[in-house]
Design a protein around this ligand. Structure first.
Ligand code: ATP
Ligand code: MN
Ligand code: MN
Length: 335
């Protein structure tokens, strides 16, 4: 599931911002963003660029230079971040459909490539990058989570469901698997070679995962968040590194274990789960209310410090439904 960083949308709503004459707030799916007052009308088609979009240095995007210029590796461009304007959260950018130069688009179409837009990726330290043994194994799903703002069409139906909620930790995705006698370690997108100073492999040995997974006697993957020194600025002030697990995946039946079974398995193996905040959660009335609920103090805050959590991951018991709700407070502090 690739992120649609720029796609054709319909503008769902436009509302005034108290005290502002020249700008209004637009709603696109579950996203809110500030636009110029007369630029769009409700029902217009437009191109919506999500936060983390990295736009090329083209004349039509020059207006972003002052607020958004960044370099990513060798590339210069404009990175879209969460902002607050006149007290209003603003996430992403709306461009008039004319930016597509008469291209015959369809609603929902991903137009990132057409506009030269890619995802902004911060630099990754060598200890986390590693060397690829191969691409991410096809027999395990990746750990990606969709953002609730892109699921607004499903939100009403989701209100009938019961979810469990865990704290979303700000680290690096890690997958450990045992399959037909082979033990493997993966980062978010790669199966990793065991190389010197690779943090994922080091932690695997430290937690004795090769032996622990083999002892389970079945083909299994454990997935969690690597946190600590050298990772995302170590917001939790952890000494060295550790893993907090959030998935156990049965490779042979191609199914996730439900939370109680995950809890039992990690408990047995002496491993830790991500913090579980609620095991019988129902959704509030609106996406905006859920976004407010995502704000709060991390349960991993170091003593005497209140760290804003990254957000929540909300899941149905069978993981049929699963999404992330990132705290806007967290995003506003992001560099
Ligand atoms: P994006 O392109 O959406 O920014 P990303 O790779 O930066 O993608 P994240 O925003 O970090 O991904 O969201 C998904 C990741 O969240 C998962 O890959 C997983 O590593 C991480 N994660 C942290 N805490 C949890 C949790 N409690 N449950 C599930 N995943 C979690
Ligand atoms: Mn991200
Ligand atoms: Mn992350």
């Amino acid at each position: 599931m690739e992120r649609k960083l720029a796609s054709v949308v319909m503008i769902d709503d436009l509302q005034p911002i108290p005290g502002a004459d020249l700008i209004v707030v637009a709603t696109v799916k579950g996203w809110k963003l500030v636009v110029k007052k007369e630029e769009f009308r409700i029902g217009d088609f437009a191109v919506y660029c999500e936060i983390d979009a990295f736009l090329p240095e083209k004349p039509e995007f020059e207006f972003l230079r002052k607020s958004s210029f960044r370099t990513m590796g060798e590339q210069n461009g404009f990175r879209l971040k969460t902002m607050k304007l006149r007290g209003q959260i603003s996430q992403g950018l709306l461009l008039p459909a004319s930016v597509l130069n008469g291209y015959d688009y369809t609603l929902g179409e991903d137009v990132s490539a057409r506009l030269g837009i890619v995802k902004y990726e911060p630099p990754v330290p060598a200890s986390l990058a590693g060397m690829a043994k191969g691409s991410f194994p096809s027999f395990i799903p990746k750990t990606d989570e969709e953002r609730i703002q892109n699921l607004s069409a499903e939100y009403e139906a989701y209100k009938k469901e019961t979810f469990y909620v865990t704290e979303k930790l700000d680290g690096s995705s890690a997958t450990f698997y045992y399959r037909d006698g082979d033990f493997g370690v993966c980062s978010r997108n790669l199966d990793l070679l065991e190389t010197a100073n690779n943090t994922f492999w080091e932690i695997a040995h430290q937690l004795e995962l090769p032996a622990k997974l083999a002892a389970l006697g079945k083909n299994i993957a454990l997935q969690g968040e690597l946190i600590g020194e050298g990772i995302q600025g170590n917001p939790y002030g952890i000494k060295d590194q550790t893993i907090r697990f959030f998935n156990a995946f049965d490779i042979d039946t191609y199914a996730y274990l439900p939370l109680p079974a995950l809890r039992e398995m990690t408990g047995q193996l002496g491993l830790e789960l991500v913090p579980v905040l609620d095991s019988a959660f129902t959704l509030p009335d609106t996406v905006d209310q859920l976004l407010l609920a995502a704000e709060g103090t991390s349960l991993l805050s170091p003593a005497g410090k209140q760290v804003e959590r990254e957000g929540l991951v909300v899941r149905s018991a069978d993981k049929r439904i699963s999404f992330k709700v990132i705290s806007n407070k967290f995003l506003l502090n992001e560099q």
